[in-house]
Design a protein around this ligand. Sequence first.
Ligand code: ADP
Ligand code: MG
Length: 327
Amino acid sequence: MSNPLLSVENLETSFHTSSGNVRAVRGVSFDLESGEVAGIVGESGSGKSVTSMSLMRLIAEPPGKVSATKLEFDGRDILRLSPAELRDVRGGGMSMIFQDPFSSLNPTMTLGNQVIEAILAHGNISKSEAKKKALQLFEDVRIPLPEIRMKQYPHQISGGQRQRVMIAMAFSTNPKLLIADEPTTALDVTVQAQIMSLMKDFQAKTGAAILLITHDLGVVAEMCDRVFVMYAGQIVEQGSVEQIFNTAQHPYTVGLLMSLPQLSETRHKRLQSIPGQPPDLAHLPTGCPFADRCEHAQDLCRQVEPGETDMGSGQKLRCHFPIELSV
Ligand code: ADP
Ligand code: MG
């Protein structure tokens, strides 16, 4: 097989704070192939955003500190790029969409001009061509009355329309990888579904890889080929969508699945969320970070932190006592 598009090995990101060293990402390793759609799931605070921002080198250092034994995107060593090269990667190869499109858009500039600027900044084309391309993109993301919308400002359109503009901008540079950090969390359910299907269409059309961060396993089931389950800064389980939904073996993954209405109805009759809280990342316990909340935990779990075990066929997990999902 050719080299993966993105290769991450032992990514560690921490923050120096007054209450200690917050270890937000701890030894995260994964590969992403061209055109692959992978989801990162996990409760709030598990390190999903910090992971994605570390990949884009968007963590301010200090107070942050990012290291990895390997961080390669499209054959380039992301940790060793100059600021200019990084800008180039962000503008071309890797794009990012955030949860709140309002904060990512310039309030004083028309939507059309923002997209045109993004195109001009990263492509060698004339202003009139860029304008044509922007209009096409507004049509592609199905913004009604695109000519009129292009002349409007961010506050004049709805949150769903703003997220469409962000998607247009993200795809304007033909990225090889799109990182979307909870892109629809702020939107209502119907609009969420529309935005997701739009991303899926773009993905199919352009062949871009997507790293989709979400706390919604339903979205993952619909969109993704592969899943990374994060807990307390680690990927505690990873596998194909089929593996995660049918044969998850980490108690945390199973707990997440049981809090998904559809699955819990058929399998366990009622909705359960995982009791307890994740650990303080500045004062991590010895052993498995999930042990305190885990029904299956034994003495070993409180003494020794589990390393990553390869279960074969791409399924990997960090657990001393893997379980099987009873169907
Ligand atoms: P998620 O996206 O999974 O909800 P995050 O990646 O945003 O979680 O955060 C992971 C952990 O890192 C959290 O405990 C958060 O408080 C901490 N964190 C994130 N950014 C900073 C920062 N700038 N300074 C200190 N701690 C931070
Ligand atoms: Mg987040």
